[in-house]
Design a binder for this molecule. Structure first.
Ligand SMILES: [Zn+2]
Length: 504
């Protein structure tokens, strides 16, 4: 048995004005050959799950490690990024033929300057080379955008079942294990897909409680009862301004009838919950007032999801910090911001030095900046390991970074931002969140796994930015608003079922 594995992942955001260049992608590294195994085997990621399944189920298989490229979320990717990936991957595939399987790790919500659906196009090109008999299996984020091109060129596709995402390995494993069973002839799974005409703000649901947990639990029950082999609910990340946007449902069953039946049922279920995926946003001033009145020693977490780099925003907005300085100067507060100039200046001045810093609006001219006298508290290389639970042990890099102190406000300035939802973004830089009154977290939901344990209160704030939860305030121009919730509310959608490529 011969299997090729590869990864190409980013979550793009149409409203971030800064394109994601190849240089930006390379900050996260690029791997191929044995370096892939060395870097990712045993790690908390989808490829780690691929290796786990291969080691357990097909220890004698020949594994070809194709190119692995992953990037922090950001603006739409320059086409040169996809071209570069394909210039590496296509020869790797051609040299490896014949292949029994190709295992791909995508995020699934990538957009390039030329393709709304690069993952569909890449998979189509892979299919042309490997032929119809090779099993192509895709592991993806549950925030992926799923297209008919992707579905018709894939045999198996599965997504995370958790949000905050804590099942990277499991998802890679589920995908690879099913692919290996299909290759060995043990099983002939049928995968059905139904697009659902809705998008929802990512901060408005999670799998810890509420409506989204209920539907995931129902899917798990169907699997436990043996009615389905597997399933995925895709809540397309809502900052892609594309004409064929959708959320969707994927189910894997033993036969076509079961697959079709449950795909429709789960699509109805997801759509019936659309009104539940709402979020109550509180003004920043009100959150600050809550922190001023708080009578517990635990910090108030101000969630600034609109400026979340995890969701592809620029992370360079000091709008919240401006209000903290104005209304909450007495609070011990912490904020993180993409501010490469300020970070470099801090490194030039050195620890203990004081100067006037201009912080923020380094990427998006619509972001706010703050110009203040600040003291350099500490300097860092910006390399840290996440504490998890999501992605525990994963190394993140935020470039040269520094903590600047303005009165009671500690500002972590960095060249770029990563690992937003993980407390180590602060802790590794000398900011212990539990010792602060108010901590700004620039993430949608990923932070909940860790922060719910240490927070006094968590407040989703009404803030400006490319990843705003107020979807109707965003400047969509291509999205089909006439047929898409929350703009349109169709009462009885007709479910159209499509199937992945047949297995031979
Ligand atoms: Zn996601």
């Amino acid at each position: 048995m011969k299997i090729l594995i590869t990864e190409f992942r980013q979550e793009s955001n149409s409203f971030n004005p800064v394109l994601s260049s190849l240089e930006f992608w390379r900050q996260t590294g690029e791997y191929e050959g044995e370096r892939v195994r060395k870097e990712f085997e045993g790690q908390q990621c989808a490829i780690g799950g691929f290796f786990k399944a291969l080691n357990e189920k097909a220890p004698l298989a020949e594994v070809v490690c194709g190119t692995v490229m992953a990037c922090q979320s950001g603006g739409v990717a320059e086409q040169s990024v996809m071209d570069h990936y394909l210039s590496k991957l296509i020869p790797q595939i051609k040299e490896s033929l014949p292949l029994d399987g190709v295992l791909i790790s995508y995020h699934g919500a990538l957009m390039t300057t030329e393709y709304d659906d690069p993952e569909g196009e890449i998979t189509r090109r892979i299919r042309v080379i490997v032929g119809d008999k090779t099993v192509i299996a895709v592991s993806s984020d549950l925030h992926a955008y799923i297209s008919d091109t992707l579905i018709s060129n894939t045999n198996i596709i599965l997504a995370y079942l958790t949000y905050p995402h804590v099942d990277y390995v499991e998802t890679g494993y589920r995908t690879a294990a099913l692919a290996l069973d299909a290759i060995s002839g043990k099983r002939k799974p049928v995968t059905a897909w139904v697009p659902v005409p809705m998008i929802a703000p990512a901060a408005a649901y999670n799998t810890l409680k509420g409506a989204f947990k209920e539907i995931i639990d129902y899917g798990r029950k169907l699997v436990a009862e043996g009615r389905l082999i597997d399933f995925s609910f895709y809540q397309m990340q809502p900052w892609l301004d594309i004409p064929k946007a959708n959320s969707s449902v994927v189910v894997v069953a033993d036969n076509r009838e079961q697959a079709e039946k449950y795909a429709k049922e789960l699509a109805s279920l997801l759509y019936s919950k659309r009104h539940d995926f709402r979020i109550k946003l509180t003004s920043v001033k009100e959150v600050i007032e809550r922190a001023l009145k708080a009578d517990t020693a635990k910090p108030v977490i101000l969630v600034d999801s609109a400026d979340s780099c995890n969701a592809g925003a620029t992370g360079d907005n000091m709008a919240v910090a401006t209000e903290i300085l104005q209304y909450g100067a007495g609070l011990r507060s912490a904020v993180v911001v993409n501010a490469p100039d300020a970070a470099l200046k801090a490194h030039q001045i050195g620890v203990g030095g004081e100067a006037e810093f201009s912080i923020g609006a380094s990427r998006d001219p619509r972001s706010m900046s703050v110009t203040r006298q600040a003291r350099v508290k500490s300097l860092h290389d910006g390399v840290f390991r996440q504490e998890g639970p999501a992605g525990r042990g994963v190394v993140q890099r935020i470039g040269r970074s520094a903590v600047l102190r303005i009165g009671n406000l500690d500002v972590l300035v960095c060249e770029w931002m990563a690992g937003n939802g993980d407390p180590q973004l602060y802790r590794a830089h000398g900011i212990e969140p539990t010792l602060y009154d108010l901590v700004v977290v620039k993430a949608s939901t990923s932070f909940r796994g860790a922060y719910e344990k240490l927070a006094g209160t968590i407040c989703e704030a009404q803030t400006p930015g490319a990843a705003s939860s107020d979807l109707k305030s965003l400047p969509f121009t291509r999205l089909p608003k006439d047929s898409m919730y929350p703009w349109a509310d169709i009462t009885n959608p007709q479910w159209e079922v499509a199937f992945t490529a047949p297995l031979y």
